[in-house]
Design a protein around this ligand. Sequence first.
Ligand SMILES: Cc1cc2nc3c(=O)[nH]c(=O)nc-3n(C[C@H](O)[C@H](O)[C@H](O)COP(=O)(O)OP(=O)(O)OC[C@H]3O[C@@H](n4cnc5c(N)ncnc54)[C@H](O)[C@@H]3O)c2cc1C
Length: 436
Amino acid sequence: MNVIVIGAGVVGVSTAWYLRQAGCDVTVVERHAAPAEEASYANAGQISPGYAAPWAAPGVPLKAIKWLLSRHAPLRIRPDHSLFQLSWMARMLANCTPTAYARNKSRMVALAEYSRDELRRLRHTLGLQYEARSLGTLQVLRTAPQLAAARRDADLLAGLGVPHALLGVDELAEVEPALARVAHKLVGALHLPNDETGDCRLFTERLAQHAAAAGVVFRYLTEVEQLVVTQGRIREVLLDDGEVFTPDAVVLAAGCTSRALARELGLSLPIYPVKGYSLTLPLADPQSAPRSTVLDETYKIALTRFDARLRVGGMAELAGYDHALDPRRVATLRMVAGDLFPDATDPQQGQAWTGLRPMTPDGAPLVCGTPLRNLFLNTGHGTLGWTMACGSAHVLADLVLGRAPQIDVSGLSLTRYRRTPQAVPQPQGGSRPAHA
Ligand SMILES: Cc1cc2nc3c(=O)[nH]c(=O)nc-3n(C[C@H](O)[C@H](O)[C@H](O)COP(=O)(O)OP(=O)(O)OC[C@H]3O[C@@H](n4cnc5c(N)ncnc54)[C@H](O)[C@@H]3O)c2cc1C
């Protein structure tokens, strides 16, 4: 079977790997010169099934109002003057009930746990080196309400069988010794010992090398311009260099561009580009740095230890397809790094970055077939795309080959959005990406 994968982010590259392992002839089309040049470039470095949760959570609407007034707010909203932004936010708000949160979280955790296990297998089989660590995540809490919310999350995690522990302030240093100096600022923490960390870009680049060696063809600096539909299936994939493919199947793994590519095919994907920031700092004193990921719940910022660097990442801006680096957001990242790990890094240094998370309003990705018989979606992984990439890729390969996935994926389909369930595909049509 001949498959085109659109996009060489962590999701597209992982998908190509699993499809090739299943015996498919795979071509990955990527508009950049290398893999992982967009959202997968400098993310916060967490493989965190335990922390997998939708941002649409009970209490978030109230918090969002408070954040509007706060200098270091984790969320910013700037109207992009589209109806889509409004409808996406309305859908997100509708998912902030306890019932919706529990349902969405359980879908994300199940996929993320499966995915972490797949990633471990890949790492061992291929000997992948990406500055990986298997030391867990520590979500540090600064207030009593945060502690109460963490207790509720702990109950959900217990129900889902995810190992975790609520730690008191005096226990934090056992997990992260460098926190001993700032324990007085904290009220406790949720420890997720099975989470992992690493550099997502390195992982993606190295997996792409293995995939190429195994026979996957990568077409870099090439953009998919149009998908031509005939009789309910993608008949042709038109590239910007004039080449035309007639594949047996197409996998849309184009991150935030997936929506534009799908739109003119009659498919409405509720994927909004949620901007995040990261700052990568060289370590000045490794003993003063975290050993793994520490997540500051107040600012929703993750601090992840690589070999000789600290990656600080987080924040959400709903502002359309905008990559501008706002120095105030970078200042917040520096502030949190300095507040929790004062001597770990030199505050004058560091490399700042922004990326657009392809995010659905309920948090779970779209890993599914579509009404077009040979078009498959592997996109919308939002806040934890690397965490869910290998599992999603394995599931997608199973779906393309007509095999039953090893986990329940009924909650990852497009049909869960009431207004877009069975979009009727155009008998003839094309899609041209609106956002480069
Ligand atoms: C600040 C920040 C921190 C994060 N932290 C974490 C974390 O700690 N852990 C975690 O698991 N996740 C994290 N994420 C989320 C994660 O990085 C994303 O979910 C993930 O990278 C999405 O991968 P992707 O392959 O779907 O998209 P992308 O990496 O964006 O890849 C899509 C690719 O498709 C290509 N493309 C698009 N359209 C076309 C076209 N028409 N033709 C050819 N190519 C095309 C693009 O060029 C791009 O390379 C974070 C994200 C951000 C922004």
